[in-house]
Write a protein that binds this ligand. Structure first.
Ligand SMILES: [Ca+2]
Ligand SMILES: [Ca+2]
Length: 432
């Protein structure tokens, strides 16, 4: 098993690089959420700068396209390094609004405190900007883009121990000028995005932000599936303790950087690191599920040699938030030099006969297996292709001849209902 995975990683590392994960253009991927806990950190693996952020908001009717088509707000976590030159400018693509919030709170309960907003940079035209914000200090902020007439709302104390939701900003009719929070002490809770809220693709020109090297967990940057370069220069030089049982005798790792990956499949996630050239100390990688203050270790590994890969494989569900620490193993009290290398992440869907997600035995799908275990096994015993490559029309025909005759239940298609669909399958298989 392990040799197979190593081979996969080696092949992946030889393949052409996927698009650079960071800068100078940052591409939204996956969707940036609308509140701090779901926002996207514009910060990756210690490589590159960012001067543009591209993404898309959509406000298609939830009735027409389902809730997945409803994405009216994108919120990014950014590091403002130069408050005096900080600017964000949108193009004319749609009637956008920009919002800036200061990051406060803890890693598991981050808060977005409103700072400034703008609807229009020029009279009567699309496009908005944030610039010359009085009192702005260097630090970590949230930048949100939405469309008119969206407004963020937050909780404020309403006296006698109660709280109420209030609008955090209001805009003048012409939309011009920098707007400041309506109330002090509120933090972002939700957005008002009525039907007809403007949306579209955007390209934000940003100035004065420099993604920091994520040396601590709460600053974890984004890591995408595929291969991306990392640089441990600037990582934390404090020893990072590895989870219990990770590797006997390992005191921990150092030069550590942190990234976060959102799993894209139900299956097994492989996370591997390989140095660009042999290191003084072997690479180490560790992974957890959850947020920094409440994380659960799920895997870790230390490279067997100074030129070798460290790799861990563990089960995930699509949407799991995986924290990853990359560093070099502590082999003595002397701080080893920083290294560069490649990070490899791959999610492999695992499925089997009888898996609910495998699809009906009586309809073709482009993945192997089907959801009725006995039927699936019987078909694959005759036609291994159906469990090795995909469940195509031939497999469906096989299921009709093999499974219907032996089906002990009148619920022939296994969907939990006995109805006309079952009768149709019975009739279609009649005499075959
Ligand atoms: Ca989006
Ligand atoms: Ca979004």
């Amino acid at each position: 098993m392990r040799t197979t995975i190593l081979a996969v990683l080696s092949i992946a590392l030889l393949a052409p690089r996927v698009a650079a994960d960071v800068g100078p253009t940052w591409q939204e991927d996956p969707d940036a959420g609308s509140v701090p806990s779901t926002g996207q950190g514009v910060r990756a693996t210690g490589v590159g700068t960012v001067n543009r952020v591209n993404g898309t908001t959509t406000t298609a009717s939830p009735f027409a396209e389902g809730l997945v088509g409803f994405d009216p707000v994108d919120l990014y976590e950014i590091d403002i390094s130069s408050p005096a030159t900080f600017t964000v400018v949108t193009g004319p693509e749609f009637d956008s609004r920009l919002f800036l919030f200061r990051k406060e709170g803890s890693s598991c309960s981050p808060l977005a405190i409103p700072v400034a907003a703008n609807h229009r940079r020029l009279p009567g035209s699309n496009g908005s900007e944030l610039k010359a914000i009085p009192g702005l200090a260097a630090g970590t902020y949230y930048l949100a883009i939405s469309g008119a007439p969206a407004i963020p709302r937050g909780w404020v104390s309403a006296g006698s121990g109660g709280y109420s939701l209030v609008d955090l900003f209001a805009f003048p009719a012409d939309g011009l000028g920098t707007q400041f929070p309506l109330v002090a002490g509120a933090s972002l809770a939700e957005w008002t995005t009525p039907a007809g809220t403007a949306s579209g693709s955007y390209s934000l020109a940003v100035n004065g932000i420099t993604p920091k090297v994520a040396g601590i967990c709460s600053d974890a940057g984004r890591a995408m599936a595929g291969v991306s370069a990392f640089d441990l220069t600037g990582g934390s030089t404090s020893p990072e303790t590895l989870p219990m049982g990770c590797e006997p005798g390992v005191a921990g790792m150092t030069r550590t950087i942190w990234v976060r990956h959102t799993a894209t499949c139900d299956g097994e996630l492989t996370i591997g690191v390989q140095p660009t050239s042999p290191t003084q100390s072997p690479l180490a990688v560790a992974a957890w599920l959850g947020c920094c203050d409440q994380r659960i270790p799920v895997g870790c590994d230390v490279a067997p040699t100074n030129a070798g890969q460290a790799m861990t494989v563990f089960p995930v569900r699509a949407g799991d938030s995986v924290l990853v620490a990359i560093g070099v193993r502590m082999t003595s009290s002397t701080l080893p030099p920083a290294v560069t290398g490649d990070l490899f992440i791959e999610c492999a869907t695992t499925s089997a006969c009888g898996d609910e997600r495998a699809g009906s035995c009586f309809s073709p799908h482009d993945t192997p297996f089907c959801n009725a275990g006995d039927c699936c096994s019987a078909v694959c015993a005759l036609d291994p292709y159906c469990c090795a490559v995909m469940w195509d029309d031939t497999c469906v025909t096989g299921a009709m001849s093999v499974c219907i005759e032996t089906a002990p239940s009148p619920d022939i298609n296994g969907d939990g209902n006995v109805d006309g669909n079952d009768l149709a399958l019975l009739l279609s298989a009649w005499g075959t």
